[in-house]
Structures are given as structure tokens and as C-alpha cells.
Design a protein around this ligand. Structure first.
Ligand code: PBG
Ligand code: ZN
Length: 328
């Protein structure tokens, strides 16, 4: 008997019924860049549609987030002053801490996830302390833990260490627990690659390393088995959610991670992935809506439970419109 697979593709209705993967607004986490100053909504040139916001303008940023019911945002702070040790990352009134506080005031039910890293705050742009050209691991951990604690105190609902130092998940977990934050979930950037896809983000966050690269702490793009080790290590140290980053060139890693750990998996659809789509769409070379929906669907198909994406508002709008169209 011939397999007639086309039977279930005959109509839109049947295709909807048998669809294996569905995108929902509930899947999305929208990153936000927050800067010092007032009345600032500064376009990020390499990321059309993305802005740096000052704290007093966050209400405007949040308007579509609330309107479309996007469940979560991820906060990145851009400080005015950077130093060798990233002091602004773990000050109680640092830019990210104040931003978290403001977002929770405007939108108390929105989940606010705070990125925890030093690279936006250090003069050398590395994710850890530097000594004689080397990025120090263990010496960096207390600073990351302090950043996590101050962000928790500011009202963050979750913290997300993105530095890729060994042992940071366990270290941060114990520190949060000792300080009464046993219930605060930890979302770990477990498989974070030393990727060229981050360059627009580094423009947006002014966090490009001043010397060298991140290859001694971020992962080699050639490796997948090692990513599984990273995920298992973070899971055993207490990570509640595991992040794979970037997304599209790493869907095999997403699939492997989803198979090997029991924690929910998040993918980070990073800046370079976003900007490539935007640039091609602006040139009329691709259909932005179709490409974005296809990309995001592929991330879920690979095993992601949630997606950190700069497309969140736009994709939420498209999902909403599609629904409204069907209800007529
Ligand atoms: C900081 C950090 C980076 C991203 C998220 N957190 C950049 C980096 O490691 O250089 C990248 C996000 C993106 O490209 O959208 N550690
Ligand atoms: Zn970093």
C-alpha cells in the first residue's frame, strides 16, 4: 500500500489539527536594554526595531508587552561608568537593579528575568575579572552572586547568569538561599557558544571585549557532547531552566539538551539571528513574517519550551491577528 501522507495536508483545517508544534505568546521572553539618562529611546542601529531605553521611558516599552500578553522580559543594563571589576553590576542602585524595580512597579504581573554578567559593566568587556590577560573563574563567582542578590532584592522574578564561569550556578544558588531567596528560580545560560552571532548585541550593550575573545569561557561551536556536560553540570548545581544559545545554528544542541536534562529548555534567538532576518526583510528578499514564524517554530520543534527573542512583540501580534482571523 502506498503511504498517502498528503491526505492530512488536504486542507487548512486538517493541517491545523495534525500540527505537532504550536507557537504561543506564552513562549516568548523579550530582552530589553536599559540605559542611564532621561527621555531616551535610542535606536540600536544594527538591530532595527530595538532600542535602548531610559528608565523613565520603560512605560512606553512595556505598553505592547502588556497589550499582547508577553509573559516575560529579560533585563540588560548599560551603565554610564565601567571599571575593571564591574562595580555597577552589583550595586543596589545600579542601572539594572533600578530598571527591574521600575518594570515591577509598572507591570507587577510581568515576569522580570535579570541577566547576570559582568561584561556590560567592565572596562575590558570580559564576563569575569581579568588578571594578566586571563579571565579568572573562582574570583569572579562572588561578584556574580552579589549581582544576582541585588537584582533579586530589586524585585527580579528570576536571575539568568550568562557569564559561563564554571561553578557559578551552584555558587549563586547557595548565596541566594543563604539570603532568603530559596524560591527564586535560576535560569542558566548553560550551553552558550563563543558565537559571531552576538555582535549586534555588543553594539546595543557596549559590551565587546577590549582584548582577545571569549573562547576560554564560552563554548566552541564545534561541540555538542560538551554542551550536554554543561547542561548536566548546571542542572546538578540547581539550575531550574537551561538555556541554549544561539538558537538556529544550534538546534541539534537544543534537541540533545532536551533529551538529556529534565529541566525546561529555553533558547536564545540572538541578536545576529534577528538582524540577519531584519536586513533581508528590509531589502524585500524574504517575507519577514513567514521567516520569523518558521524560525521560531523550528526552535520549539527542536525541543525548546520557551524562546528569548527580539521578535516577541511582532510575533505576538501576528499570532493574535491569525487567531482573530479564524474567529470571524
Ligand atoms: C552577556 C550576554 C551576551 C548576550 C547575552 N548576554 C553577549 C556576549 O556574550 O557577548 C548575547 C545576546 C544576543 O546576541 O542577542 N554575557
Ligand atoms: Zn558577559
Amino acid at each position: 500500500m502506498m503511504e498517502r501522507l498528503r491526505r492530512l495536508r488536504r486542507s487548512e483545517g486538517i493541517r491545523n489539527l495534525v500540527r505537532e508544534t504550536r507557537l504561543s505568546v506564552d513562549d516568548f521572553i523579550l530582552p530589553v536594554f536599559v540605559t542611564e539618562g532621561t527621555d531616551i529611546k535610542n535606536p540600536v542601529e544594527s538591530m532595527p526595531g530595538v532600542y535602548q531605553w531610559s528608565i523613565d521611558k520603560l512605560e512606553e516599552f512595556l505598553e505592547p508587552v502588556i497589550k499582547y500578553g508577553i509573559p516575560a522580559v529579560m533585563v540588560f543594563g548599560i551603565p554610564e561608568h565601567k571599571d575593571e571589576v564591574g562595580s555597577e553590576a552589583y550595586k543596589c542602585d545600579g542601572i539594572a537593579q533600578r530598571a527591574v524595580k521600575r518594570i515591577k512597579e509598572v507591570a507587577p504581573d510581568l515576569i522580570v528575568i535579570a541577566d547576570v554578567c559582568l561584561c556590560e559593566y567592565t572596562s575590558h568587556g570580559h564576563c569575569g575579572l581579568v588578571h594578566e590577560g586571563k579571565i579568572l573563574n573562582d574570583e569572579t563567582l562572588p561578584l556574580l552572586a552579589q549581582a544576582a542578590l541585588t537584582l533579586a532584592e530589586a524585585g527580579a522574578d528570576m536571575v539568568a547568569p550568562s557569564d559561563m564561569m564554571d561553578g557559578r550556578v551552584g555558587f549563586i544558588r547557595s548565596y541566594l538561599d543563604e539570603n532568603g531567596y530559596t524560591d527564586l528560580p535560576l535560569m542558566a545560560y548553560s550551553a552558550k557558544y563563543a558565537s559571531a552571532y552576538y555582535s549586534p548585541f555588543r553594539d546595543a550593550a557596549h559590551s565587546a571585549p577590549a582584548f582577545g575573545d571569549r573562547k576560554t569561557y564560552q563554548m566552541d561551536p564545534a561541540n555538542c557532547r560538551e554542551a550536554v556536560r554543561e547542561c548536566l553540570a548546571d542542572a546538578s548545581e540547581g539550575a531550574d531552566i537551561i538555556i541554549v544559545k544561539p538558537a538556529l545554528a544550534y538546534l541539534d544542541v537544543v534537541k540533545a539538551a532536551a533529551a538529556e536534562v529534565r529541566q525546561p529548555i529555553a533558547v536564545y534567538n540572538v541578536s545576529g539571528e534577528y538582524s540577519m532576518v531584519k536586513a533581508a526583510a528590509e531589502n524585500g528578499w524574504i517575507d519577514e513574517k513567514k521567516i520569523v514564524m518558521e524560525n521560531l517554530t523550528a526552535m520549539k520543534r527542536a525541543g525548546a519550551n520557551m524562546i528569548i527573542t527580539y521578535h516577541a512583540v511582532q510575533a505576538a501580534k501576528w499570532i493574535y491577528e491569525e487567531r482573530a482571523g479564524k474567529c470571524q
